[in-house]
Design a protein around this ligand. Structure first.
Ligand code: MN
Length: 735
């Protein structure tokens, strides 16, 4: 290897050491040696030894401030593709992390830009890679930046293709990641290729005026600086002519010549605190007249890529406008290096900060979904994600699904065992219907249970992917359903007889139905099958049957004794607590609302319905709207619920409706109102109407702590003169 390169790598290592004393320079040097050996004899288009390129890329990566592994990957980035030194060798020598980075960069470079289609495919891959490891993108940007710096050595047509690709993919990505330095340089390098005449025109125009600009900016700097010194505000100030492509864009957008362009010059003031930013703004506006409507506060409202600054445009000497940017040091680093600032200024790369960076990128992508105008975003929205959707697992892995996929599809995409054990799903932390359509950026958590009786047959109709559909079908087949049914049937019958429940079970449809509902079986065969293969234990089923049969017996006794109060079966004890007062089977802390049709209160036997988007709706089990039919497609959305036992201590109240039938009598309404007031319950609503035949109906909505208090109140109402009967409202009074 020639000696100038040795010098270069020595210089690079020196710089790394200065920047980050804990960097592993031995590893970097070893990576260099490997790359140099691997590329030995290869030449770049301009005749230079090939190793110049990876070293230059590594230099850019060092400038970005990335970690040792990224620098090594930068040195080795062309090895997998172009040399004998492959993934395995890199992994053996430098570890999995470096190998993965190089591999990621290689894959990004694999698809060549030719037409729209490939370009989008490339983009797609980039985003996938980004979600896994942002460093892959940063290394690829460094690679492209060095290639762009040497575009002139390519054949002319290739120059244009590459420049176009860079302009349309790489520069916008740099922009989206807040890396303005790289973005500017890429844009200017590309413009020089794509419109050499326009580019030259601006360069010449700036050249001609350069003395004037320089003198103009020096004067401004001095004036602002001395004013701030006077005020005792520590600061640093710099001034520059804006980069060429931004002037170019303004010229074309506003149909103006370079001499007519506003704010070609920009002054930047960097201060210590946010408060000082606003102070400086005040002083600047004292010194120079601001142009109305040009003040932008990106501190209180950062740009989607995280950029923060105060911008104002003021009129300088001779009426020449210029822009002033005011920001803190921290904001400045963000503005220059964007996402890379994360590595540059927070040394070390622990898992937590990595995740932080990741969540930041995700927010950034989410924010971009409702940003306007930019072609880049349109491209993402219209083309990139038209037929696929990217969702995240709670761990942050990205999963690529076809558009329209549901949580069930995702569960089966993760693993068939996950799908077969799925009981529900949380989307962005909230319980969601298992048939909801997943959206880009959703964080989807699949809820599973070992005790589940496997997928529901309905899922076959719900799922979008053939993979999921096949796996579900396979499950049913594999589970030897018929045999399981026979076995489960026999086992259950034997156990029912042993517990003297056989007749109680089979002679009452309601007992059967409630038992099936309890465990979410669509029909009795499914329960037999589940019992057959052990998806549910006999004990569980028998206990439920016991409850149900007991309840039926009590109900029968109640009929005989005519006016006896309903005694509800004890809810299954759960040692969990909830905000809403209701515990939903298998789901913690979900959004719960109480159905208006039956207004359940503590003590009622309840059941929940997973709505589309409003959490779980709680009904009384005997509500007319609770129709858990086996062939209903919504069957799987009914879930078991219990009241939180903590409620009694908390003395929460719940609204519920009563309907009182009366013989029309003057004063009955006020009698009942007085009675309710004496009972110390809050009355939310009360109205009365007369029926034709001398009878009337009073509807009240009151707040009670539970069934016990309600029964007490109902008994008192019943004994009021003129009251014929009182019942709880079980159907929506508005329907
Ligand atoms: Mn390269």
């Amino acid at each position: 290897m020639s000696s100038p390169m040795k010098t270069k790598i020595d210089f690079l290592i020196e710089r790394v050491q200065k920047q980050n004393p804990s960097a592993n320079v031995k590893k970097i040097r070893a990576a260099y040696e490997c790359a140099a050996a691997a590329h030995e004899g290869q030449k770049r288009r301009n005749g230079e030894p090939y190793i110049i390129h990876p070293v230059a890329v590594a230099e850019i990566i060092v400038e970005m401030g990335l970690d040792t592994d990224s620098i090594c990957a930068g040195l080795l980035h062309d090895c997998i593709e172009d040399t004998e030194f492959g993934y395995r060798e890199i992994e053996n020598k430098f570890g999995t992390s470096v190998a993965e980075l190089v591999d990621g960069v290689t894959r990004l470079g694999m698809l060549r830009y030719s037409k729209e289609q490939e370009q989008m495919e490339d983009l797609r891959k980039m985003f996938m890679a980004m979600a896994k490891d942002i460093r892959v993108i940063l290394i690829k940007l460094a690679d492209r930046l060095h290639n762009a710096r040497t575009f002139q050595f390519l054949p002319e047509r290739k120059q244009r293709d590459k420049a176009l690709e860079t302009m349309e993919i790489y520069a916008p990505i740099a922009h989206r990641l807040g890396m303005s330095r790289i973005k500017w340089e890429l844009e200017d390098l590309c413009l020089r290729i794509l419109d050499p005449i326009g580019y030259q025109e601006i360069v010449d125009g700036l050249q001609k005026q350069s003395d004037r600009y320089e003198e103009f900016l020096d004067h401004i700097k001095e004036r602002i600086s001395s004013k701030l010194n006077e005020a005792g505000i520590g600061h640093s100030i710099s001034a520059r002519v804006k980069h060429i492509y931004s002037i170019y864009r303004k010229m074309y957008a506003q149909h103006k010549t370079i001499n007519e362009i506003y704010d070609i010059c920009a002054v930047r003031v960097i201060v210590d605190s946010v408060a000082d930013c606003y102070n400086v703004l005040g002083y600047v506006h004292d010194l120079y007249k601001p142009i109305p409507g040009r003040f932008k506060d990106y501190i209180s409202t950062p740009k989607p890529n995280g950029y923060q600054s105060l911008h104002t445009t003021v009129i300088g000497r001779d009426g020449i406008p210029f822009e002033i940017q005011i920001r803190t040091e921290e904001m400045h680093k963000m503005a220059e290096y964007g996402v890379a600032a994360h590595w540059k200024y927070k040394q070390g790369l622990d898992k937590a900060s990595n995740e932080q960076a990741f969540s930041w990128i995700r927010q950034l992508l989410e924010a971009q979904q409702d940003t306007e105008a930019e072609d880049f975003i349109k491209a993402i929205k219209v083309d990139l994600f038209a037929d696929e959707v990217f969702v995240f697992t709670p761990k942050g892995d990205v999963v690529n699904m076809p558009a329209g996929a549901t949580p069930i599809d995702l569960a089966y995409a993760i693993h068939s065992a996950v799908g077969n054990r799925m009981t529900g799903a949380k989307v962005n932390g909230r319980i969601a219907p298992i048939d909801s359509i997943l959206k880009n950026g959703d964080i989807v958590e699949i809820l599973t249970s070992k005790e589940t009786h496997g997928p529901s047959r309905d899922w076959i109709k719900i799922v979008r992917t053939t993979e999921a559909r096949n796996k579900i079908k396979q499950w049913f087949k594999k589970e030897c359903r018929e045999e399981n049914i026979v076995k489960g049937h026999e086992d259950l019958d034997r156990e029912l007889r042993a517990n003297l429940l056989y007749n109680g079970f089979y002679e009452n449809d309601e007992v059967i139905q409630n038992t099936l509902n309890k465990f979410s079986f669509a029909n009795i065969d499914e329960m037999y099958a589940a019992l057959g293969y052990g998806g549910i234990t006999l004990t569980k089923v028998i206990n439920k049957v016991k409850d149900e049969v007991g309840r039926m017996r009590r109900a029968a006794e109640r009929v005989e004794k005519a006016e006896q109060l309903i005694t509800q079966p004890q809810p299954v004890k759960k040692v969990r607590h909830s905000q809403s007062g209701v515990i939903v089977e298998g789901i913690d802390n979900c959004l719960v609302k109480f159905a208006r049709c039956c207004t359940p209160i503590p003590g009622d036997d309840i059941v929940g319905f997973i709505t589309r988007g409003y959490g779980v709706s709680i009904h009384r089990r005997d509500c007319v709207n609770v129709r858990i039919n086996e062939d209903d497609k919504d069957r799987s959305r009914w879930v078991d619920c219990w009241w939180d036992e903590d409620l009694l201590e908390r003395k929460c109240t719940f609204s519920t409706g009563l309907q009182i039938s009366t013989r029309s009598r003057i004063g009955i309404l006020s009698d009942i109102a007085v009675l309710l007031a004496q009972s110390k319950v809050n009355v939310r609503d009360m109205n009365a109407r007369d029926l034709d035949d001398g009878y009337g109906v009073i509807n009240v909505v009151i707040d009670v702590t539970g069934v016990k208090q309600l029964q007490h109140i109902m008994n008192r109402i019943k004994t009021t003169k003129g009251v014929v009967g009182v019942t709880r409202v079980t159907s929506d009074p508005h329907s």
